[in-house]
Design a protein. Structure first.
Length: 176
């Protein structure tokens, strides 16, 4: 046999072996890809700076209601026949679904905590928070009628507050 034929056969065998390894890795990791996608979405696609303020104003109720609806719908569409045996305990259908959904919500908040800590800033572009949350503007439009004449009085108030206590020195630790 010529050395060229040996080389081609060896390269073919090497390619087949690489494909077998890739297939084994994908079959091992394949069932976990939806969970990886869930974490990647909440870690990189959501701006947790803004979501945190929405949750603080009562948005958490929406998450609780959505999770509850997910448990009820999933439990009715895909009921467990005999329940799940967990460490000798028989867990019912809706308790099982509640544990799964609670785990997904917990992973969502963990991803948010990682993003807020700056962990993913090296590979995810997350917008920086505003420099000072206390700058806000009030525009009070007043329309007064005086003796048949309409006067429009617009007032623009800028309530700026300087909260820097550095007195010309660089702060040792940023806070807010």
């Amino acid at each position: 046999m010529s050395p060229l034929i040996n080389l081609v056969q060896s390269l073919g065998s090497l390619l087949q072996s690489v494909l077998d390894v890739v297939w084994a890795v994908l079959s091992l990791l394949g069932p976990w890809l939806p969970l990886v996608g869930w974490v990647a979405f909440w870690l990189c696609a959501v701006n947790w700076q803004r979501l945190r303020s929405v949750l603080g104003r009562g948005g958490w109720i929406g998450i609780v209601l959505l999770a509850s609806m997910a448990v009820l719908i999933w439990g009715n569409l895909s009921p467990s026949r005999d329940g799940v045996d967990l460490f000798g305990l028989k867990i019912s259908n809706f308790v099982e679904k509640t544990v799964y959904v609670s785990g997904l919500v917990s992973l969502m908040f963990l991803a948010g905590a990682l993003q807020l800590s700056g962990f993913c800033s090296q590979w995810c572009e997350v917008p920086a928070p505003p420099a000072d949350d206390h700058h806000h503007s009030h525009d009070h439009g007043h329309d007064h009628a005086h003796g048949g004449h309409d006067h429009d009085h617009s007032h623009d108030h800028d309530h700026s507050h300087d909260h820097s206590h550095d007195h010309g020195q660089a702060p040792a630790l940023a806070h807010h």
